[in-house]
Design a protein around this ligand. Sequence first.
Ligand code: NAP
Length: 284
Amino acid sequence: MTTLAITGATGALGRLVVADLLESGTAPDEVVAVVRNPAKAASLAEQGVTVREADYADPAALRTALEGVERLLLISGDAVGARVEQHTNVIEAARDAGVAHIVYTSILNADASSNPLADEHIATEKVLAASGVAHTVLRNAWYSENYTTQLPQYLATGEILSATDDAPISAAARADFAAAAVGALRSAGAESRTFELGGPAFTLTELAEAITEATGTTVVHRVVSADELVATMTSDGQDATWPNIQARVDRSIAAGEMHTDSKALEELMGHAPTTITEVVRAAV
Ligand code: NAP
């Protein structure tokens, strides 16, 4: 029996990981869901999964929650700015509890990316490397759902606005990243590994074409400069904080930093990733 723990198990990715583990034959009593709010984990407990409470800010609770765990999936938190300290707490607790292998969800091309979200992932990767615990870094590209959740806006305006220069994006479905995380947990051993994970690349023009085809409503990709993007996004009085981050993210994409030719996603999943056309059709 190998005890596997998943942090962030009540989040979107974490729920998919637990579901994939159970569907693909892992016994529920081998799965520990580490959550900050057990009330959100009732359905996991009903399936026989062990639910343990620990916030990333609470080292003692993390240490207790990881007792007896052999392999851990540390799903990166969402509190931008606080994540290095939070992830360090989890990694140190895992080391102290004797966890043999930590799998961590990072960002694509983390060590060569100007994406404003990459800094905390790189810092976490360094903490992992210094921990002495064997680890697997899953450098996940964007979720395709980052785009499909914006479908209502695309359809209402008839356009996707970006400063990406229509560069290719190796996004993949969240469920595919979950399946890859399961593959990484199952194959984890004594060696440390880093995988660049991305799906079949598409441009936002190709995304617009897929949306047009699936909905019958014409959507186009309008490429603008970073300054024009910020100006357009703030024209209704919106604060510039998010538009400025969006502009930096888009320039990172334009530089090719959200693209990979790596086939590691497919290899860890054991089958071909979902295409953006399929994700769009499902979302529609
Ligand atoms: P999500 O649904 O927001 O899940 C985040 C999970 O982290 C939730 O379960 C949340 O707990 C947990 N969490 C946050 N702060 C915590 C804390 N202080 N202590 C314990 N748990 C904490 O995000 P997701 O879609 O599953 O994605 C997983 C992670 O990938 C995100 O957190 C983020 O780092 C990253 N991400 C990647 C992309 C991408 O495109 N690749 C996009 C968005 C995010 P609750 O369930 O209690 O809220």
